[in-house]
Write a protein that binds this ligand. Sequence first.
Ligand code: GTP
Ligand code: MG
Length: 375
Amino acid sequence: MTMQEIKHTLRVMPIHIINPNANKERAVYVGEELESLIDTLGAEIVERVMQKLEKPDNATYIGKGKVKEVAGLVKEKDVDVVVLSTTAKPRQVHALKTELQKVNPQIEVWDRVDLILQIFDKHASTIESKLQIELARMRYMGPRIYGMGFVMSQQGGGIGTKGIGETNTELMKRHWRAAMKKVVDQLRKISSNRELQLERRKKTGIQTVSIVGYTNAGKSSLFNLLTGKSTLVENELFATLDSTVGKLYLQALQKEILITDTIGFIRNLPPKLIDAFKSTLMESMHADVLLHVIDVSDPEVDTKIHVVNNILKDLGRNIDDDIYVFNKIDAIDLNEEELKVKYAAYSPLIISVKQNVGIEAVKEAIARRLATINN
Ligand SMILES: Nc1nc2c(ncn2[C@@H]2O[C@H](COP(=O)(O)OP(=O)(O)OP(=O)(O)O)[C@@H](O)[C@H]2O)c(=O)[nH]1
Ligand SMILES: [Mg+2]
């Protein structure tokens, strides 16, 4: 079942997996984030289930008793998709799905990563981002499960996957490898084109700034304000998937620089998935300066900064000279001075894109940073 095949609004039931030892407030934020991801898909949450779990069940992740409860609700509420709030092994997702198919043969089971990939799918507009999603999906699902989709579609049905023999498994693996190579080759071509572009740009001496940050922080909004462009701004997670480049004239340097907007980050993304987006992120990794945008009205400011910084570091980027831009000051009670004290560790610039506050200071900070790099 693909999103395109579904005509009605998706009826979704999240299963919030809660570690009983975890901080309660934190668990609530993470749960809310999962539900905004579901909203972003345009789906309807028809029921929600909580499951306290210290250790996932080896077979079905949630365990036998819970499967029964979930199956009952799937039937009663006519659920199309069950979403696990955490990342599960493809094998566990598949086992849970097989159980739930007994009450709804069309049921889909996604874990958190599957959900994010569905959103990426919905928002992907270029060949490159589509290829990257495909690659991420292949890597994430592994040969067995990925191939299963293939075999099932060949048979034209979703049921009856039992008894697939060794020969088929080998076939799946081969199919998986071949399919993956094809995507990797195509992506490599796009990547090397971009690398050429980046090198050419370096030679002309045009400096570059890239906007990074957690999803929904206001990166595209800031990009639009700085460049006069109109990249899509949405109160949705992952509205942006591709990199966009714009020009910015810096009065202080009396010259034009390039600025890019790109995909946002989110917690608990498997490295394999981020790796698949490397080609889009290359632009940012090579930028002279990074502007790290933060939603200051968010209750989890520090956590989200760490998530972003860890991903950047994993991608091999030095983050020591990043400029921290705290956005959406209009949405909280603290004033600029109080925020500067509270977040002193980041030497933050405090802005509101919405009210056009603090934007000149952002340009000045960029100019100052770029000037030091030049010398
Ligand atoms: N209150 C307030 N809202 C803002 C401000 N800047 C942006 N927003 C809102 O925040 C939401 C996300 O904005 P985007 O610019 O799409 O955020 P993004 O970081 O590009 O998000 P993704 O591309 O989805 O990762 C939108 O609803 C914006 O209108 C601000 O200064 N104040
Ligand atoms: Mg954006």
